[in-house]
Design a protein around this ligand. Sequence first.
Ligand code: AMP
Length: 334
Amino acid sequence: MHLGNYLGAVSSWAELSKLKTDDSQKLIFGLADLHAITNKHPKAQDFIDNKMDTLAHLIAFGVDPEKCCLYIQSDVKEHAELAWYLSTITNIGALARMTQWKSKSGQDETIANNELSTLQSEFSLGLFSYPVLQAADVLLYNPDFVPVGEDQTQHLELTQTLARKFNHIYKSNVFKYPRIMTTPAKKIYSLKDVTKKMSKSDKSKVASIYLSDSDEEIRLKIKKATTDSIVGEPFKFDPSKRPGVSNLINIVAGIQKKEISEVEKDMESLNSHSELKKYVSDVIVEWIAEPREKYKAIRQDTEYLKKVALKGETEARKIASENMKKIREAMGFK
Ligand code: AMP
């Protein structure tokens, strides 16, 4: 996982698990391994290891498995079943308009039309239709809120549309209309190209800060981060005029859980871009030390991780199977 995952999603999951006071509130978080194979097919053992890495990161960075249901998506077979049902009511045009599909299939770059059709034919049906599986991931649990990064807004809108459409077609009220819940940081941009979101599929090695990066790697990446050449002005959050600087300010605000204006005030004494970058690196390095150490300890304890996954699976399957029964009944399946 990278800093965008943490600041856009995981930090709010951690915050929510701290705020949870009683059993009437349910927090359900899935590790989306069925999605992970939409553009890469790792070797089975590497895939298993990656999942354990992610699970350990989630726990180390604050998602409390005692308070949340933390499960692995493929352990709950109903996800794939519901995705199929929903795919039959999903408009292909709506999927083709998804900005994530456009960016993953290269359509947001300047590519000649003939090259584009060759390029698109290389992408899988799974990558194209993954927002449908994502809608199933959400609707299977009938949640009130979905805490995700702002990059997921379009997919959440599709989820709401599918819930309405299903209820209308089957004259039921099986599904609630879940609402998106974003963190204040909303969206973290690539350190290299500030028009793109920070993403694990970025080819540049310095575009994303990973939660397992060493202090040296973090400092180097921030040092190489794209900013601007404006001098003699204080560092202010202004995404249209100063996107690179604004991204760094947003990262600091997200980590320190401060208002942007407060961070701007803290940065008033900084006189150069190199001072800014040192400041930002110091904030990240200082904050990450503790959870990164915690991660190392948790990651070694495979038995504990397996227990967490099993607890999550049991809880998630219970909810999913009850809801799935209602969905099948509404459709006339057994
Ligand atoms: P993904 O990396 O696409 O599997 O996303 C996992 C979670 O992290 C989702 O809730 C995303 O909305 C969130 N996320 C991913 N990248 C970013 C980003 N650059 N900024 C903010 N949130 C993000």
